[in-house]
Design a protein around this ligand. Structure first.
Ligand code: APR
Length: 172
């Protein structure tokens, strides 16, 4: 499995699925969530509305849901919800679960390439250097049957942190 760390806008990633850093309501928001909904078009919001709620949440923290990508270059969007860093006792566990659930959902749908933003590292306040360690752990915990996992990072500081933190895992 090739691991790639890129700087840029994830809505333009040419992969089978891009991962959205959503919230449990899954009806859009700011940050990368807002960018993905804007780029995918209104059909994405409609598809999210169809996702059935469990205890009032379409996607509990740490879980993932898949929808079509509509106007995006990516065929699918995998929506996941990371933890709000200061609001839970076990942020690392929940962040790992968000990445793991997204990878598992990609594998279950026979996808071969996936692009992640830096989940929880924006509004949800996760310190980037801690988040990268969590990502390392998930990437190396098993042999993921995917061809490529890409990290598409929007700001220089986050890009540098991911590049540094994952440099020994980054493919040629
Ligand atoms: N492409 C890639 N990454 C992006 C983009 C983009 N177009 N826009 C923003 N980002 C980056 C941010 O710079 C940050 O590093 O995504 C990372 C995650 O930040 P947020 O989007 O704020 O996501 P998160 O911290 O997980 O908070 C989720 O914010 O937008 C709301 O509805 C969302 O309530 C949810 C919360």
């Amino acid at each position: 499995m090739r691991i790639v760390v890129d700087a840029g806008d994830i809505t333009r990633a040419q992969v089978d699925a891009i991962v959205n850093a959503a919230n449990t309501g899954m009806l859009g928001g700011g940050g990368v969530d807002g960018a993905i909904h804007r780029a995918a078009g209104p059909d994405l919001l409609e598809a999210c509305r169809q996702v059935k709620r469990v205890n009032g949440m379409r996607c509990p923290t740490g879980e993932a849901r898949i929808t079509p990508g509509f106007r995006l270059p990516a065929k699918h969007v995998i929506h996941t919800v990371g933890p709000i860093y200061t609001s839970v006792p076990n942020p690392a566990e929940l962040l790992a679960s968000a990445y793991r659930s997204s990878l598992e959902l990609a594998v279950a749908n026979d996808l071969k390439s996936l692009a992640f933003p830096a989940i929880s590292c924006g509004v949800y306040g996760y310190p980037v250097h801690e988040a990268v360690e969590v990502v390392r752990g998930v990437l190396t915990e098993r042999r993921w049957p995917l061809d490529e996992v890409r990290f598409v990072l929007y700001t220089r500081d986050v890009y540098e942190a991911f590049r540094r933190g994952l440099q020994d895992l980054i493919g040629p």
